[in-house]
Design a protein around this ligand. Structure first.
Ligand code: SF4
Length: 373
């Protein structure tokens, strides 16, 4: 997966955002887009299909003409026969009919960030002047639906949402959103606190929230929840139990390229950041870096060894390792100060609580299917 930050700029200012530089309106130059693709294929880091995730800032803050040229540059730089799958994760406030045509004509996979009903969404997802963005986001979401653009939603769960599972499901069903993933408000990047960090009861309340969401989703037959789908896919995968790590802790499984061409790997959230002990997570610039040069860099050696140590510690100690595969370096660094650690708030909710809710549901369904009453 190649994550590209066309611009760090965002037109809104959610208060839980982890990204630095959201006021910076500079754009990636198109040569950098081509250089990023060339770097991946020159170094043997990408295959027949490459997911290109346009993650900013707000990706749609850049004009469509910029993307037309970026997509053409990427296609020209990719080896013959390679399929580039473009994806955007957007706050939806800038989506209009023209963007919908663009998504359809370029087969762009669209994810929208939507925290449920206005009461929850507007509490955290606001403009720089403090105005809620729900109405603007819903205008974009309705444009997607009107134009038949497939999309999924990502809903950030904050402490305020934990007792509102029914409101959240009612909202997504009423708006015809059929595919939702639940992120948590994370301690990550420049976001140093989370409303979920307060209170020892958070894992229990989060589990209750998710259980109710899944119950309602199943009863409706109209809502797919990413957490359940991913866990089921993992259990059904032929690699289950044999994978040594996940995309976020496997070197170069994800490559993130910032606006200025600097590249990083592991969790995309590490882009643009540095750490007091490990230094900058930038490993070089796609226009000049070589994999051999990166691997020989003492900063890379220290970072990659620490990440690998964290995965080994998880594998040795955690009963959820075969599902989680060792967690996310960005969350371990932000919460524990080291990627060599194991348990975080992030994994207690997004891995442990999810498994404890989803597995019994799958078992019950399996039992009902194999021993019908
Ligand atoms: S759930 Fe947490 S402790 Fe367990 S493998 Fe994942 S990151 Fe490690």
């Amino acid at each position: 997966m190649l994550v590209l930050q066309g611009t760090p700029f965002c037109n809104i200012a959610c208060d839980y955002c982890y990204l630095p530089g959201r006021d910076d309106k500079r754009r990636m130059d198109h040569d950098t887009v081509g250089a990023a693709i060339e770097f991946l294929y020159r170094e043997g880091l990408a295959g027949d299909t490459l997911d290109m995730v346009w993650h900013a800032g707000e990706p749609l803050a850049l004009p469509r003409a910029w993307y037309e040229r970026a997509f053409a540059t990427a296609a020209a730089a990719a080896p013959h026969g390679v399929r580039l799958q473009h994806c955007v994760q957007t706050n939806a406030t800038l989506i209009d009919a023209e963007w919908c045509d663009f998504f359809l004509s370029h087969d762009v996979r669209v994810g929208v960030s939507l925290d449920g009903p206005a009461r929850l969404h507007d509490a955290r997802r606001r403009t720089r002047r403090g105005v809620g963005t729900h109405a603007a986001a819903m205008k974009g979401v309705r444009a997607l639906r009107r134009h038949g653009v497939p999309f999924h939603a990502i809903c950030v769960v904050t402490r305020e949402a934990l007792d509102s599972a029914d409101d959240v499901v009612d909202f997504f069903l009423a708006e015809g959103v059929g595919d939702v993933g639940f992120n948590i408000e994370e301690v990550e990047g420049i976001n140093c606190t989370s409303s979920l960090a307060a209170g020892a009861d958070t894992p229990v309340r989060f589990a209750r929230f998710l259980d109710r969401v899944l119950e309602r989703a199943e009863a409706s037959g109209q809502l797919t929840v990413r957490e359940e789908r991913n866990l089921r896919d993992m259990l059904q995968s032929s690699d289950f139990g044999q994978l040594p790590g996940n995309d976020q802790n496997t070197p170069f499984s994800i490559v993130t390229v910032a606006r200025d061409g600097t590249l990083s790997t592991f969790s995309p959230e590490l882009a643009g950041l540095s750490h007091p002990r490990l230094g900058s997570f930038a490993l070089g610039n796609v226009k000049s870096a070589t994999l051999a040069g990166i691997l020989a860099d003492p900063r890379w050696v220290a970072l990659s060894e620490e990440v690998a140590e964290g995965v080994r510690a998880c594998a040795a100690r955690c009963p959820y390792f075969r599902l989680c595969l060792g967690g996310a370096p960005s969350n371990k660094l932000a919460e524990l100060g080291t990627a060599a650690g194991t348990e975080t708030l992030f994994c207690r909710l997004t891995q442990v609580a999810v498994a404890e809710v989803v597995l019994p549901r799958l078992e019950a369904r399996l039992k009902a299917a194999t021993h019908p009453v």
